[in-house]
Design a protein around this ligand. Structure first.
Ligand code: ADP
Length: 193
């Protein structure tokens, strides 16, 4: 089996994870898993997953771990079978410690390793400005506040989790798109042997 590399993008809503994941995917011949995009597509198509996830996404809460862990599981298995892909960018996964542990267990069984966890750091006020210009259903001011709170409570503990594993790189997300990408590329290179 071939070895796959995983890059994880962490950071609050509006920190630019999706944008940077797109840029990096193209440069690195990686595959991009955006859990949020996948959920919105399932909701739109009224799939079983979509029906289960809809109320969480529309209220800015996290979708239950078991649903998201299954999603990640089948995504990774599918990518493992695509010979031409050299890695995966996980954008929006993990968002809880349980999800991070499930990912660790999954990659232990496969020939996969986490190359780096990139934390896109950005002040709250900038987040509010960015998201209120985006116009997505869950980008209304009250919901943004809720999503930020969910982020602080449930996802931010992952910074310590990955720092303890010496995998965390913090990136200043409050720069131009191009400058954020260069910072990420520098951070990843620094870790390539
Ligand atoms: P943002 O980062 O701007 O919040 P996303 O598109 O990544 O936007 O996520 C949108 C919504 O999808 C979240 O508010 C949440 O309801 C759901 N979601 C995304 N990723 C996860 C995850 N790993 N676990 C649980 N729910 C998730």
């Amino acid at each position: 089996m071939k070895s796959l590399e995983v890059l994880i993008f962490l950071g609050p809503p509006g920190s630019g994870k999706g944008t940077q994941a797109e840029i990096l995917t193209a440069k690195l011949n990686f595959s991009h898993l955006s859990v949020g995009d996948l959920l919105r597509e399932n909701i739109k198509n009224k799939t079983v997953l979509g029906k289960l996830a809809a109320r969480y996404v529309s209220s800015g809460e996290l979708v239950p771990d078991e649903l998201i862990i299954d999603l990640m599981d089948s995504y990774i298995m599918n990518i493992k079978n695509q010979k031409e892909i050299s890695g995966i960018i996980l954008d929006g996964f993990p968002r809880t410690i349980n999800q991070a542990i499930a990912l660790e267990n999954k990659i232990k069984q496969l020939d996969v390793n986490i190359k780096s966890v990139l934390n896109l750091d950005i002040p709250d006020q900038k987040i509010l400005n960015r998201l209120s210009g985006r116009g997505r259903e869950d980008d209304k001011p009250e919901l943004i506040k809720n999503r930020l709170e969910v982020y602080r409570n449930q996802t931010e503990p992952l910074l310590e989790f990955y720092n303890d594993r010496s995998l965390l790189d913090s990136i200043n997300g409050d720069q131009s798109e191009a400058d954020v990408s260069s910072s990420i590329i520098n951070a990843i290179k620094a870790e390539v042997a």
